[in-house]
Design a protein around this ligand. Structure first.
Ligand code: HEC
Length: 198
């Protein structure tokens, strides 16, 4: 079912990018130590190289693009979003959602909500009117999922990730009159789905 969603660009990118960055950094450092005295002596150069590497890797075509521009290329032409919004979506949720141990009571409420409000368009494992949601929390943060539920119009029309989804799923997901608390319960339900289907 991953096949139906194109590369989870942003979610994947976030973790991928920080991973790539720290990976590049440490490999830069260690290669400096083992091979080039000159490079090892210039931490700044090492970091620059690491950054260029980190940006050039996913693009593969961007060798001659400065790092700054490569990042700008992905920005939407219309509204601009903050780094938080790019990762966690735009809407009422403006801080990362803390996930503790799963609250089963909340999850049960979420399951009922899911059946009533989401199953018309979403399945857990297969694409339907919308993308499968059973593993959505693997590539989206809880805040992103909640913002999508609470502010789907803007997420779909303006947010770069929503626009990508729209290209694949032509319907604009409607706002379901879901409260923040209910959206949180839906996240809790989706967490239990992930746990029981490893
Ligand atoms: C009328 C159909 C419809 C309903 C009902 C609906 N959705 Fe959606 N949903 C979509 C579509 C279509 C998309 C893909 C974006 C787009 O094209 O609008 C989507 C996208 C999403 C995404 C983003 C997935 C990703 O990979 O980032 C989430 C999260 C989501 N929906 C959650 C929900 C939840 C939770 C409910 C129930 C409260 C719900 N949706 C109800 C149609 C629907």
């Amino acid at each position: 079912m991953n096949g139906s969603i194109r590369t989870p660009r942003f979610g994947g990118r976030t973790s991928g990018r920080s991973g790539a960055r720290s990976g590049a950094r440490s490999s830069g450092r260690s290669s400096g130590r083992s091979s080039g005295l000159a490079r090892g002596s210039s931490l700044a150069l090492g970091l620059t190289l690491a950054l260029v590497q980190a940006f050039a890797l996913p693009g593969c075509g961007g060798e001659d693009r400065p790092a700054g521009q490569a990042a700008g290329d992905d920005a939407p032409s219309g509204p601009t979003f903050t780094a938080f919004e790019l990762e966690h979506g735009v809407g009422p949720i403006t801080a990362p959602v803390q996930l503790g141990t799963i609250d089963l009571e909340k999850a049960t409420r979420g399951e009922t909500l899911f059946q009533y409000n989401c199953e018309a368009c979403h399945m857990l494992e297969d694409r339907f009117v919308g993308p499968p949601l059973g593993r959505v929390l693997e590539h989206r943060s809880a805040a992103f999922v909640m913002n999508f539920i609470l502010n789907p119009e803007q997420m779909v029309r303006e947010h770069p990730e929503g626009q990508k989804l729209l290209a694949e799923y032509p319907l604009v997901m409607p706002y379901q009159n879901i409260s923040e608390d209910e959206a949180r319960a839906l996240v809790e339900y989706l967490r239990t789905v992930m746990e029981r289907e490893p």
